[in-house]
Design a protein around this ligand. Sequence first.
Ligand code: AMP
Length: 114
Amino acid sequence: MEDCIFCRIVRGEIPSDKVYEDDRVLAFRDINPQAPQHVLVIPKRHIASLNDAGAEDAEILGHLQLVIPEVARRLGIAGSGYRVVVNTGPDAQQTVFHIHYHVLGGRQLQWPPG
Ligand code: AMP
């Protein structure tokens, strides 16, 4: 999508601190980190949210989830542990409507989340 901020990051129009990239998926550091390690993993193809994902997105979202452990290894948190969060809709305070998986780690995380 033309104006979507994460589509613009995919196209290289907005800089990002990349930690992983392949033909379908991009992972980059969150600009406002909530943990010592905080990375967003996104499909390059625009999907607005989990609510907007359909059967045609099963393969890309499956691939994306399989990339997450590799991202965690690159961040050095695969062994210590990490949390994966997909904020969806108003109550979850989703602010960017291009689906993204937050990967958070590098400290003891609290449960339940706020
Ligand atoms: P959410 O609230 O789940 O929609 O998360 C959106 C996330 O995108 C927030 O954690 C923001 O800090 C992050 N974010 C917004 N713009 C950028 C950007 N240009 N580069 C990296 N992260 C961003």
